[in-house]
Write a protein that binds this ligand. Structure first.
Ligand code: ADP
Ligand code: TRP
Length: 334
């Protein structure tokens, strides 16, 4: 976990798309950092439902996905009394500012985004305009609250670079308005997939992914099948699969357990058939408190929706102020 300086109260913000259950990569790389920040910063955490529309989805399932993510936020420890927790689509000012930002964002900046290029390459998938303009919309999410610290996994770094470019372009043309935000990474900015440790763990590849709500038997199976020796290790380096398992040990197991297996690795006596059940047991134990709270929360859809409604009405006031300021600066009547 990253140490947080208490010297200045800055604004932190992050969002996650409601497009399926969260996994331990989301938790270790982003969500747990949200929780750690809420005692220190002005915090905004939101459900990025508008962003999630850029991917294929079933309309009937969207509200359930929104509630699932909200329950996960709360089960992980986000507290509506400390953080403003909101739903992106409840704040129409985001969409309005996105249009304005799109007029100061060069298309080539968007076309060079890795995430966009990867999507555009997918077979049988026509890339939509929303995927191209995704980073403009993300810049709005961040800048409309004048946020400066953005806790995310390292796959979002390029998007934050564009956010800074948009802030600079705006400030240069219309006068100093937006601070330039920075990403904040945890000790695990990129957890790798268990069955393909050369790729990041992602819900789009569920076999290599441990979901926060996976049952014990499923976790045992996934860890048991985890690849340990895909690529030949570089001299003096662990192979990616083994390094990933050690990363997980570091996060879920006791110091003593980590030391024991590290020593065994170093003296060549390690057996992954011994390490894996220990790791699986520790992950199962580590996820239990989350799972218990989630099970209670998900039974209370009205409460979850009211958390989003009251957070959104707080956030909206700030968004409205920024939009007024922007309109004034760019020469539109307010
Ligand atoms: P997914 O790739 O599973 O669809 P998202 O894109 O919804 O995950 O990511 C939500 C948040 O979790 C983002 O901040 C992202 O950077 C972070 N994240 C996603 N996958 C990982 C991972 N494997 N390791 C660390 N952080 C991750
Ligand atoms: N792009 C992020 C993801 O795919 C989600 C997101 C949308 C976000 N807007 C944001 C993250 C603003 C941080 C800040 O996970």
């Amino acid at each position: 976990m990253i140490a947080i300086s208490k010297t200045e109260k800055q604004t932190t913000l992050s969002g996650i798309k409601p497009s399926g259950p969260l996994h331990i990569g989301n938790y270790l790389g982003a969500l747990r950092q949200f929780v750690a920040m809420q005692n220190v910063y002005h915090c905004y955490f939101f459900v990025a439902d508008l962003h999630s529309l850029t991917e294929p989805y079933e309309p009937k399932e969207k509200t359930a996905q929104i509630l699932d993510l909200t329950a996960s936020f709360l089960a992980a420890g986000l507290d509506p009394k400390k953080s403003t927790i909101f739903l992106q689509s409840f704040i129409p000012e985001h969409t309005e500012l996105a249009w304005i930002f799109s007029t100061i964002t060069p298309v080539p900046e968007l076309e060079r985004m890795t995430q966009y290029k990867d999507m555009a390459k997918r077979k049988g998938f026509t890339v939509n305009t929303g995927l191209l303009t995704y980073p403009v919309f993300m810049a709005v999410d961040i800048l409309i609250y004048k946020s400066t610290i953005i806790p995310v996994g390292d796959d979002q770094d390029q998007h934050l670079e564009i956010t800074r470019t948009i802030a600079r372009n705006f400030n240069r043309r219309f006068g100093e308005t937006f601070p330039e935000p920075k990403p904040l990474h945890t000790a695990v900015p990129r957890l790798m997939s268990l069955d393909n440790p050369l790729r990041k763990m992602s819900k789009s590849e569920p076999a290599g992914c441990i979901f926060l709500n996976d049952q014990p038997a499923v976790i045992e199976q996934k860890i048991k099948r985890a690849v340990t020796d895909t690529a030949p290790p570089k001299a003096g380096e662990m192979s990616p699969g083994v390094a990933n398992l050690f990363q997980l040990l570091q996060e879920f197991s006791s110091e003593e357990t980590v030391k024991k297996f590290r020593r065994a690795y170093e003296d060549g006596s390690i057996r992954y058939s011994e390490l894996k059940p220990v790791l699986a047991k520790d992950i199962i134990k580590g996820l239990k408190p989350f799972q218990k709270k989630y099970a209670t929360l998900i039974e209370q859809p009205k409460k979850l929706m009211s958390v989003l409604e009251s957070g959104s009405s707080k956030a909206r006031k700030v968004a409205q102020n920024t939009l007024q300021e922007v309109k004034h600066k760019i020469g539109l009547p307010t």
